[in-house]
Write a protein that binds this ligand. Structure first.
Ligand code: MUC
Ligand code: MG
Length: 366
């Protein structure tokens, strides 16, 4: 069970359709495949998606930090020493996606070694999650057509709509068009990726008061400390902290400061070990969580559903698990399948996924 190598392999797979949101846009999944090898010949897998506009990481920085800083510190540790793995990575500040991928690859290697699914090791609550689809910026008619296609083809009935444009009426009109087309029975919520001031956000929420939005995520910048508190105090829509709450300490600050009333958990930035801490912290405080999406590929989505389904409180809401559908290809031997609005956890040991060597050879960039 000893770690003998930690590898970081950059790869790039184009999107069929780019995702656009207030803080950036994604045209290519330029992710990093992380592999943890053990002396038993087991290989644990995970992927790190660089999000420079959210955390400052790039594909190159993720490869460098995994190979130069983490690998030398982790080789020789047992898969059972996950607290030590975490503590050694925490000596380096930042780099959340790189740390998360190593953590999840270690869990995958442990599951494969024990011949047990990771989701059962984490909690084993259920074997599937309802899926929420994230709709990016586009003309209103295209946003509506995408939501209708995803509803009709995959049975998805929960949508997170990207907002945060100026003037705010652009987004108010898009949300209204979606509600009108999809009817009262689908769940709609919004994510501003820090695009608005508190007063713009308040105006937008007031203009959308009749649209039955269930959540409002990260409408204003994290540093607008008093503006966020003011907004959270005056709106009846629960406010979700996403990129402002990427560590247990930040979660505490956002919640106790009154700047958010719910938390987005993303395994792509807090892995399994820190995501579990945040989940338990939210349970203890009586705060709802959403399983978020870091614009994950299929490897990342397999990780998110394995974690989300493992616990009662993380599986309650629909998880954001469908944006890999817009990629032109992926690395897995067997693609993930969403049907009836649900994604099942992959059966089998570890994360239950395998990499297709031909695809990896085609898309790797090292
Ligand atoms: C989200 O929930 O914000 C967009 C940027 C990012 O870091 O994650 C995505 C989705
Ligand atoms: Mg978000």
């Amino acid at each position: 069970m000893k770690i003998v190598a930690v590898e970081a392999i950059p790869f790039a797979i184009p999107y069929r359709k780019p995702l656009r949101f207030a803080s950036g846009e994604v045209h290519v999944a330029d992710h990093v495949l992380v592999r943890v090898r053990t002396d038993d010949g087991v290989v644990g897998l995970a992927e790190a998606p660089p999000r420079p506009y959210t955390y400052g990481e790039t594909q190159e920085s993720i490869v460098a930090v995994v190979e130069k800083l983490f690998a030398p510190d982790l080789v020789g540790l047992s898969l059972l020493e996950r607290e030590t793995v975490r503590a050694r990575m925490e000596r380096t500040v930042g780099n959340p996606a790189a740390k998360a991928a190593v953590d999840m690859a270690v869990w995958d290697a442990l599951g494969r070694t024990l011949d047990l699914p990771v989701t059962q090791l984490l909690g084993g609550w259920t074997d599937r999650m309802r899926v929420c689809h994230m709709v990016g910026f586009a003309p209103d008619a295209e946003m509506v057509a995408e939501a209708e296609r995803v509803r009709d083809r995959y049975g998805i009935r929960t949508f997170k709509v990207k907002v945060g444009r100026r003037p705010v009426d652009l987004d108010v009109d898009a949300c209204r068009a979606l509600r009108t087309a999809l009817g009262p029975d689908v769940e709609l919520y919004i994510d501003g990726n820090r695009g608005w001031t508190a007063s713009e956000a308040a105006r937008a929420l007031q203009a959308m008061a009749d649209l039955d939005l269930t959540l409002a995520e990260e409408l204003c910048p994290a540093d607008d400390v008093l503006g966020r508190r003011w907004l959270t105090a005056r709106t009846t829509v629960p406010t979700v902290a996403d990129e402002s709450a990427t560590t247990p300490g930040e979660v505490t600050r956002e919640l106790l400061g009154g700047s958010a009333t719910a938390i987005s958990i993303k395994t792509a930035r807090t892995g399994f070990s820190t995501s579990q801490r945040i989940l338990h912290q939210c349970e203890g405080l009586g705060v709802e969580v959403v399983m978020g999406n870091q614009i994950d590929g299929q490897i990342g989505t397999a990780c998110a559903v394995a974690f989300g389904a493992a616990h009662r409180s993380s599986s309650r809401r629909a998880g954001e698990l469908s944006n890999f559908l817009d990629m032109s290809d992926d690395l897995l031997t067997e693609p993930l399948e969403i049907s009836g609005g649900e994604l099942a956890v992959r059966p089998g040991p570890g994360l239950g996924i395998d990499i297709d060597p031909d695809k990896l050879a085609r898309y790797r960039r090292d």
